[in-house]
Design a protein around this ligand. Structure first.
Ligand code: NIG
Ligand code: FE
Length: 410
């Protein structure tokens, strides 16, 4: 058994017993911290913690690593509940096109964007996709990510969507952190189906979804509900087919337009609705008293220069907020959640505590990991972040652009 004892911790953050599954509204300001604390892990499981004054000392030194965390904070690692970490290649030529005046939507209409990534992914072998994704995941872990959701959606043919999901399945087996797989066949209409949307939806429902069921390739189902992509009715039909085989919806809605997708997704029992740069009053009403968590992706807003999600309005309406990276080659080429924390504070006026709740406890909820991740509680196996020596917790989002984490234990 591998045992780790971390002592003299300046602040043990987000820790306690009988914590809620998520925090919403005003509760998001709450963040339990034990000052001058210790934390003990056995094979990654939290077995003891508390103030140093209550620490019993070491009786058994066998297989024990002792870490002195003087001046450092310890927090549960972030959960990233929305990413597209499996992709073939970066797309910096579109980045330059946007600098020169084209919009994300214009680039997509010219066959760039998601279709560009799909062409490249279709040509790449499974092994290479796995290797590339593993490298990215190693880097994400060093930035503090301790659980990761990954979507398909750059395949857009039966063969390539299944290939992507098999890649994610291998990552689940071979990576050190918990990974959840989301089927996003409805990410864009492939060029061959430009004039035949019905045909592509039939392909998703009659061929992709049954194959996914057979090989147990996904946990969730996603649809990009947006003008020029999938309508609310099309989303609803596809989600229902996924629900039939046990896939819970987690959807892309309200990135560029509020079309009523949120209400529909809530009705269908979505675990989360993601993006929400645009938000209508009815969207807020639909989310009240639901189990669906709104998820905001500030790095996407930053990179595409589109509005930031209105987290304050959500919290004023007593809603929970989750933050995620949206890591992908088109709209968010960074999966650094420390930067997301900073953007949430600077651009969305979330306090450091609210944003950290959105990245830990609420993010664990958004990927069905509340039992194991998101807080430091006895019996949990959540990965742990040990920070560098920093003056206080707010310093992390304040001093943006640096990695303030010394070690991430997964
Ligand atoms: O979440 N909006 C849809 N999908 C991704 C972007 C995909 C891409 O541009 O490759 C997103 O932003
Ligand atoms: Fe996305």
């Amino acid at each position: 058994m591998k045992k780790i004892l971390i002592k003299n911790i300046k602040g043990l953050v987000q820790c306690g017993e009988d914590l809620p599954m998520m925090r919403k509204g005003k509760e998001m300001r709450e963040l339990p911290i034990i000052e001058n604390a210790y934390l003990a892990l056995e094979d990654g499981v939290i077995v003891a913690y508390g103030p140093m004054s209550e620490w019993g000392g070491i009786t058994d030194w066998r297989d024990l690593e002792v870490i002195d965390a003087e001046g450092k904070f310890v927090l549960p690692a972030f959960c990233d509940s929305h990413t597209h970490t499996v992709f073939a290649q970066s797309r910096e030529e579109e980045f330059v096109d946007r600098i020169n005046g084209l919009s994300y939507e214009e680039i997509a209409l010219r066959g760039g964007g998601i279709l560009n990534s799909a062409r490249r992914l279709q040509e790449m072998y499974e092994d290479e996709l796995v290797a590339k994704a593993k490298e990215r995941i190693e880097r994400l872990i060093s930035y503090g990510t301790g659980a990761l959701e990954i979507k398909s959606g750059y395949g857009l043919t039966v063969e390539a969507e299944l290939k992507m999901l098999r890649v994610i399945k291998r990552l689940k087996e071979e990576c050190a952190i918990e990974i959840k797989a989301t089927f996003l066949g409805a990410h864009a209409f492939p060029t061959e189906y430009k004039e035949n949307h019905r045909g592509y939806i039939d392909l998703i429902i009659n061929e992709m979804i049954p194959a996914i069921e057979k090989e147990k390739l996904a946990d969730y189902i996603d649809v990009f509900c947006e003008r020029n992509y999938f309508s609310v009715e099309q989303m609803s039909e596809i989600l229902e087919a996924g629900i039939k085989i046990g896939l819970k919806p987690k959807v892309h809605v309200n990135q560029f337009s509020a079309m009523g997708g949120i209400r529909k997704a809530v009705e269908l029992g979505a675990l989360s609705v993601d993006h929400l740069e645009e938000l209508a009053d009815d969207d807020i009403e639909a989310l009240k008293n639901s189990a669906t968590i709104p998820t905001i992706l500030p790095s996407c807003s930053h990179f595409l220069s589109i509005p930031f999600g209105d987290a304050r309005r959500m919290m004023e309406n007593d809603l929970p907020v989750c933050l995620a990276s949206d890591f992908n080659p088109g709209s968010t080429p960074s999966g650094n959640l420390g930067f997301v924390w900073s953007l949430a504070c600077v651009k969305m006026k979330m306090t450091p505590e609210e944003a950290l709740n959105a990245l830990t406890i609420n993010a664990a909820y958004a990927m069905d990991l509340s039992e194991t991740h998101g807080t430091i509680s006895l019996g949990k196996k959540t990965p742990i972040i040990i920070t560098k020596v920093i003056p206080n917790l707010a310093y992390i989002p304040y001093a943006f652009g640096d990695n303030h984490f010394e070690r991430v234990i997964v």
